[in-house]
Design a protein around this ligand. Structure first.
Ligand code: FAD
Length: 408
């Protein structure tokens, strides 16, 4: 393949396809290299997305992609207390990740993007300090693709970051996740996702049950220590609440994958190179959700790429506009969520129990219903702490985290 492309995108996940789509829609000549033979497999993600996030991105998903919609969530404290948030209409959905990824890649193909499957990008082609394409391995042979720009959308195990001399993910904030598809879950409300907190079952994160309409479910957790597979078995077999719902469940699919909770890497561009999605750690540190933020940033990357083409300028000085734009859009929320994650990691199970109890007693559910935004949690927090009840809760949480870490 000897053509020169305007952009080579590395990785055909949601962020790769969406940045490619945005560039091609503006007339750019784009190719996506995907190491697997097809889009969307293997899948590792629960696919729980906010409806407002999808709307912001103007994504209207076909009905077969959406497995269920939810009006709220139930939070289970480590010692068995419950806190529910319910809305009048659906606020989130769970998507089939394989079909979701295919939907995005079809948009890209319709806009003129080419896909090269079974092609693993091994390194950047660098000329005079600029990324000028990629070196790929395909079916046992090596070849190079020339381009004006490379977009790195490899996900959280990016090999190109290091090769470009950029800072990689913060290893101390990576958790190991496991996700199971189960054939049935009993006694679950199909209108709500369930979240389970506690050091015994998911240290450093949480476990979840996401029911589908047909009563099958996605069950998973992440942990900052030990073996996630063992924690999953313990959760499904021993958790006082969850085990009753899952005792007849058979696991039909199991996957393992890391999640980066450290907030975005410090620099997401260099000469001829932009980094998007999990590769840039554009992931919510509170929940590990990376799809909506990743897509927001991928769209911004696609727009800046087009402007760079118009200006014949792929220097890092020009491409730095990408970073200023995504920072303006999600920078505050990512930084705030990173602090919340650190605070949560410092809280003992007893303290988390008391906080959840306090949430219920202070009526935080109604504050959340009024001013909460599932994606922009930093901005939501600012709106919430203007309410006296939430201010009390926030101060209590910060005090608890400080005293726990002081006495530990
Ligand atoms: C267990 C689990 C549950 C999750 N649940 C949610 C959730 O409910 N909601 C949510 O919003 N987020 C969730 N996430 C996070 C979400 O999966 C990611 O944020 C999202 O997939 C990031 O998309 P991406 O395109 O950046 O990367 P990926 O989806 O990882 O895609 C990267 C693509 O690049 C390809 N690739 C990698 N390296 C190369 C290479 N060198 N050459 C060619 N191709 C390459 C890969 O094969 C892959 O197709 C979850 C993550 C995990 C682990």
């Amino acid at each position: 393949m000897n053509d020169k492309f305007d952009a080579v995108v590395v990785g055909g996940g949601p962020c790769g396809s969406f940045s490619a789509f945005t560039m091609a829609k503006q007339g750019m000549n784009v190719i996506v290299c995907e190491e697997h033979k097809k889009i969307g497999v293997p899948t590792h993600c629960a696919g729980h997305l906010s409806l407002s996030g999808l709307k912001r991105l103007s994504l209207h998903l076909p009905s077969n992609v959406v497995e269920n919609e939810f009006k709220g969530a139930v939070l289970h404290s480590p010692r068995g207390k419950e806190f529910s948030v319910r809305f009048n209409s659906p606020v989130t959905c769970v998507v089939n990740r394989e079909l979701f990824d295919k939907y995005l890649s079809n948009l890209a193909v319709k806009a003129g993007v080419q896909y090269l499957f079974g092609s693993r990008v091994e390194s950047l082609v660098v000329d005079s300090g600029f990324a000028k394409g990629v070196a790929i391995r395909r079916g046992g042979t090596k070849e190079a693709l020339a381009s004006s720009l490379v977009v790195d959308a490899e996900g959280c195990s990016s090999v190109l970051l290091k090769k470009a001399g950029l800072q990689t993910l913060d290893c101390s904030m990576i958790v190991n996740a496991v996700q199971a598809e189960v054939d049935r879950a009993d006694d679950v409300n199909t209108n709500a996702v369930e979240v389970y907190l506690g050091q015994k079952y998911a240290p450093g994160f949480f476990a979840w049950i996401i029911p589908k309409r047909d009563m099958s479910a996605k069950v998973g957790l992440a942990t900052n220590m030990g073996n996630p597979r063992e924690y999953l078995h313990r959760f499904m077999q021993k958790h006082p609440v969850a085990s009753k719902k899952l005792r007849k469940s058979k696991i039909t699919r199991l996957s393992f994958h890391p999640i980066s909770l450290g907030g975005a890497i410090p620099k997401t561009y260099s000469n001829g190179l932009l980094i998007v999605g999990d590769a840039a750690s554009q992931v919510k540190p509170t929940t590990g959700g990376g799809v909506i933020f990743g897509l927001i940033c991928s769209r911004l990357a696609g727009k800046v790429a087009y402007e760079a083409l118009q200006n014949h300028d792929f220097s890092e000085a020009f491409l730095s506009h990408y970073q200023s734009r995504w920072k303006e859009r999600i920078g505050f929320d990512l930084a705030a969520m990173r602090q919340i994650r650190k605070l949560l990691n410092h809280l003992s199970d007893d303290k988390i129990d008391k906080i959840i109890d306090l949430c219920a007693r202070l009526g935080i559910d109604s504050v959340l219903e009024e001013v909460g935004d599932l994606d922009f949690q930093g901005a939501s927090l600012i709106r919430m702490i203007r309410r006296p009840s939430t201010l009390v809760l926030t101060l209590y949480s910060i005090f608890s985290a400080l005293t726990t870490s002081i006495w530990k």
